[in-house]
Design a binder for this molecule. Structure first.
Ligand code: MN
Length: 503
């Protein structure tokens, strides 16, 4: 089961005016309601769309935007202008609006009734210019939004609304979300550092540090009944190495791993945390670096990243929310080692332990192996190969004055046997090619830690960045280095000015 707290709504808002008389307005209302109902009945859309009465005056627009801000059940708005809706009447409301919005540029009727069309029909169906008037004021006010064009029944239109709703849902869950950092950053590492105050201002989630002792107490006090039940779960879900089984010589290590999971889970649940990060440099009182426990907690929807990397932990959590209900998994990931064979260049992604089993190609194995760092007992971990297929890596970095989201689309390939490598791993080829992708990633300052997803798309992340008002740099099949570098340089200027001295 994946954790999510809520299914907030999307308000469908149609703009018009009183120029055309009550009969036309009644038709506008009926048509808008029909579209909202059709979107509500789209079972594939993750969030329910709710019809809101047509707005026709500045006071109505302002009241509606205020209500949207105040209603925790409203996650975002879809705006559509059936008729002309003079946009100066939207200024006050849009100045207040703090929820994301999508501008749906559609028309109620798909085909034009050539024989029947008259002036009344044209006056009723004039989103062609009403939505241009709306678009002008959105651009004039420098409002970030998604514009979706096409008939409202068009599957591509629905798919683009779906992507946006997924971004909206992840954004909504970030507002007020709490992330737990056990210990601090891995000593001397730069990219996992960052401005937690700036992140809370930009993204709405908070990260705070917790001493490991509170966790240790929970690990040590885990009940025998809970441990027994959890071990039974493990036997159901995984192939357990003989030495870790009930009759095995190292069964005690598996019991301790179960304690770690129980301790972490209760700490996170009671604290209302959506994700966490650990560090192998601060394990005082723990016998193992948590491995299988974060793997399983990630599979339940918690954000996680290693070495104090709270930004990647939060990003993993957001991507897991975006991916809800879609095939394919999402995990914390690290670019580890390359295969530089000419023309076959590939990236071996893994971590010391903590890769999420939702990306596994088969049934994970539970194994016990030494860990070269940390100075603790051998940690239990789930070992598996990731599923081949399209995926992406996303990295959230702190540039000092602002955040940049970086994305590389990749193609995971089958993982050859690596009998001496005792960790979960993925193997992928980068788009457009290895050299271009790695140059672009490094020029953009992308981290070695990422959120890796087989389900989340670049479009969802673009929508997410638009909602957050941050830069997104995309490395995909179309990336050309010269243009990419220019884009980074231009974005440096734009986003610096866009945030101003508030950053
Ligand atoms: Mn790492």
């Amino acid at each position: 089961m994946t954790r999510t707290t809520s299914t907030p709504q999307i308000w469908f808002v149609c703009g018009s005016q009183h120029l055309y008389g009550p009969k036309t307005l009644a038709q506008v209302e009926a048509d808008a309601q029909a579209i909202a109902t059709a979107l509500f009945e789209q079972k594939t859309l993750p969030l329910p769309v709710r019809f809101k009465p047509v707005v026709t005056t500045p006071d109505e627009v302002t009241a509606l935007c205020s209500q949207a801000n105040a209603d925790p059940e409203c996650a975002g708005l879809i705006l559509w202008m059936h008729t002309f809706s003079p946009s100066k009447m939207w200024i006050r409301g849009l100045n207040l609006l703090s929820k994301p919005f999508l501008h749906l540029h559609t028309q109620f009727d798909r085909a034009l009734p050539w024989d029947a069309i008259d002036m009344d029909y044209m006056n009723l169906n004039q989103s062609a210019h009403g939505d241009r008037e709306a678009g002008f004021i959105h651009t004039r006010m420098r409002l970030g939004r998604k514009v979706v064009v096409g008939h409202w029944s068009d599957p591509e239109v629905i798919a683009r609304i779906d992507s946006w709703q997924r971004a909206v849902r992840a954004w909504t869950e970030w507002q007020g979300a709490r992330f737990c950092r056990f210990g601090d950053n891995m000593r001397a590492v730069a990219v996992t550092e960052g401005d937690k105050v700036g992140a809370e201002m930009a993204f709405g989630f908070s990260t705070n540090g917790y001493g490991i002792s509170g966790l240790v107490a929970r690990v040590d006090n885990a009940s025998q009944a809970d441990i027994t039940a959890l071990l039974a779960d493990y036997e159901q879900a995984y192939d357990i190495a003989p030495e870790l089984r009930r009759d095995g010589s190292r069964h005690d290590s598996l019991i301790y791993s179960a304690r770690l999971e129980l301790g972490l889970r209760s700490f996170l649940e009671e604290g209302g945390f959506r994700g966490f990060t650990t560090t192998f440099e601060d394990l005082h009182g723990l016998r193992q670096l948590p491995g299988m426990a974060p793997q399983r907690l990630m599979a339940d929807g918690y954000g996680f990243a290693g070495e104090g990397d709270w930004k990647t932990s939060a990003l993993v959590q957001a991507l897991k929310v975006m991916a809800l209900g879609l095939p394919g998994g999402t995990s914390f990931m690290e670019d580890y080692t390359y295969d530089l064979s000419e023309g076959q260049e590939a990236v071996l992604g893994a971590h010391m332990l903590e890769i999420c089993p939702t990306i596994a190609a088969g049934r994970p194995r539970v194994e016990l192996h030494p860990l070269g760092i940390g100075g603790k007992e051998d940690p239990v971990r789930l070992v598996f190969d990731a599923q081949p297929g399209p995926a992406l890596n996303a990295s959230l970095i702190d540039l000092g004055n602002r955040f940049r989201l970086l994305v590389n689309e990749v193609d995971a390939i089958p993982v050859p046997p690596m009998p001496k490598l005792p960790v979960a791993r993925a193997l992928w080829r980068c788009r457009p090619d290895f050299k271009t992708a790695c140059q672009a990633w490094i020029l953009a300052g992308g981290a070695h830690h990422t959120a890796y997803s087989q389900a989340v798309t670049t479009e969802m992340l673009e929508d997410f960045a638009t909602i957050a008002g941050i830069e997104i740099a995309v490395i995909d099949a179309d990336t050309k280095l010269r243009a990419f570098r220019r884009e980074l340089r231009d974005d440096e200027v734009y986003f610096h000015f866009a945030r101003g001295i508030r950053a």
